[in-house]
Every structure is written in structure tokens, then in C-alpha cells.
Design a protein around this ligand. Structure first.
Ligand SMILES: [Zn+2]
Length: 300
């Protein structure tokens, strides 16, 4: 039986205290997370991550897409019974730093391609977001991943502040990203399209703030979308237009997100919440269909 949780950050499993009980402004949560990550203890990460993997296996999760910021979840996931993708994250606005991280990830991919469990679990690349990685690096990564059939994951169109940043409107993120060069007023999806960074191997996480043109681009490029409704709700990020994603036949998956923004890693809890969150308009049967299909990483 397939049970897919398409978005986790297992390395954040020790940060349950950051998970809001009632909706919190997104930027406030991002700041708290950044602070917490600066003081995090590596042995605590390893212990909590291992508890999370046990929990996923006990709750019969079969497939997972995990984002790894520091590389600690790779080995435990390759040694687990789970199948899926560990996306190694690049988060830097400095091109040199980002390219160094990219080169290090390529070396890790080459190394793990010899692992006996490669194929059951594979390594992909996570570009943290379209505004936390330089455009030239995003283009370089997507060119390489296309040539090498490696999947990419990116958090995109998650918050109103992100949308406003790209549309050159007042944004709570502006003061943190003064060096970010946005040349044309555009949406995050249209920005990615303009630098040729969207293709079939790209998983777009969140996609809350999309207009009709964004949706048609996602469809045309064959990207998959990952919906994390509890995280979107608790971080005050509005509601995805799930009916439009489904009616356009865009491949859609559900993910819990990390324990820092979601109360559990059981994707069945996400289905229950998702049903109510979208006013019971999407049937439980359809929602169950989103978690009982495997992640396709063949990209043929
Ligand atoms: Zn995430």
C-alpha cells in the first residue's frame, strides 16, 4: 500500500515548539526558525530525526520527499524502509557560496549513486525559494538537473510577502533582501519561467498565490505541485486554489511540512484537515488519491 508524504524537513523534527497553535504571521515564524537553527544541537537533530523516521514507518508511510539543509537526513533515509527523494538544499544569495554548495551536492549525488539503495531513495536538489538563491545559480542548477535527470524542489508562491517582493509592492521581506535584483515586475512562477527554470522534474511546494497565467505555465511545463494545507493555515499563508490545480490535471501531492509548522508527520492527518480546509468541496476519495500514488522520479 502506497502512502506518500511529499514534503518534510526531518532535520527540523526537534523544533516542535515553533509550531504555532493558532495562525502566526509568516515572517515572525521565519525569524523564529532562523534564530532556532543558529542554536540547534547536532546530536538532538539526529535523535529527533530518527524518532520521526520511526514514526513515519510505524504509520505506514511508504514514500517521502524530504528537504535536507545540512545533509544529516541522507544516510538515515537511505538506510530506512522509506522510498523517495532527499532534496539537498541551497540557500544563499551569494552566487559564489551557492555554486560551492551546488558543486558539493553534485559530489554527494555521484557518491550516493553507488549506494545499494539508490533508486529506492535518490538525491535531488532543493533551491530554497526563488528569492533566496541568485537567478544565475537557479539557471545553472536547472540546466544540470535536466541533463542528468535529477529532481528539483522549490518553495514557491508561499506567502503574500514573497508575491509582493516579485511584484515590487511593499513586502515584509524587502528589508531582508535588499541585494535581490528583480528586474521585471512579475510573479515568482513567471520569474522562474523567464529564466527557463521550470520543467517536468521540478516539484513546486506551496503554490498558494497563483494567478491563471501561473497555473497555465505550471501545466505547460509539466511541473508537480505539493500542497501543505496545515502549514499554510498555521503560517497565515492563505488557501491554495486546489480546484484549479486539479481541474488543470497538474500532478498534485500532499505534504505535512516540518514539525516546526505542522502538528504531525502523518499524511492522513493532512487529508482530514485538507477536507475541511477546502470546505469539503474536494472529496475524501480524491484527497486519498493524492497520497496513495508514488512520487515519479523517472521523468521519461
Ligand atoms: Zn518546506
Amino acid at each position: 500500500m502506497i502512502k506518500t508524504n511529499a514534503h518534510t524537513h526531518l532535520e527540523l523534527s526537534g523544533l516542535k515548539d515553533l509550531c504555532p497553535v493558532t495562525p502566526l504571521p509568516f515572517i515572525q515564524w521565519v525569524m523564529a526558525l532562523t534564530q532556532a537553527m543558529n542554536h540547534i544541537d547536532l546530536s538532538a537533530i539526529i535523535e529527533k530525526m530518527s524518532e520521526s523516521i520511526d514514526y513515519l514507518e510505524k504509520t505506514n508511510t511508504s514514500h517521502i520527499c524530504d528537504i535536507s539543509s545540512i545533509g544529516l537526513s541522507i544516510q538515515p533515509l537511505f538506510n530506512s524502509n522509506l522510498r523517495g527523494i532527499v532534496f539537498l538544499e541551497i540557500l544563499s544569495l551569494d552566487s559564489r557560496d551557492a555554486y560551492i554548495k551546488f558543486e558539493q551536492i553534485k559530489v554527494k549525488i555521484k557518491k550516493f549513486q553507488k549506494h545499494h539503495n539508490w533508486g529506492k531513495m535518490i538525491i535531488g536538489i532543493s533551491i530554497h525559494s526563488p528569492f533566496t538563491c541568485p537567478p544565475d545559480v537557479i539557471s545553472g542548477i536547472t540546466k544540470w538537473t535536466n541533463e542528468n535527470k535529477i529532481p528539483i524542489c522549490i518553495h514557491i508562491s508561499e506567502s503574500k510577502d514573497e508575491q509582493n517582493l516579485f511584484l515590487m509592492k511593499p513586502s515584509g521581506f524587502k528589508e531582508y533582501f535588499l541585494n535581490l535584483k528583480i528586474i521585471n515586475k512579475t510573479t515568482p512562477i513567471q520569474f522562474m519561467e523567464s529564466i527557463h527554470a521550470l520543467s517536468k522534474n521540478v516539484f513546486l511546494v506551496h503554490c498558494v498565490h497563483l494567478n491563471d497565467k501561473d497555473i497555465s505555465i505550471i501545466k505547460k511545463r509539466g511541473c508537480s505541485v505539493i500542497h501543505c494545507p496545515r502549514s499554510n493555515y498555521l503560517l497565515n499563508n492563505n488557501r491554495m486554489k486546489i480546484d484549479k490545480i486539479l481541474s488543470n490535471n497538474i500532478p498534485l501531492f500532499l505534504g505535512t511540512d516540518s514539525l516546526a509548522s505542522s502538528p504531525s508527520l502523518d499524511i492522513n492527518d493532512e487529508v482530514d484537515f485538507c477536507y475541511d480546509y477546502h470546505d469539503k468541496k474536494i472529496s475524501k476519495e480524491i484527497l486519498m488519491g493524492l497520497i496513495t500514488k508514488p512520487i515519479d522520479f523517472s521523468f521519461n
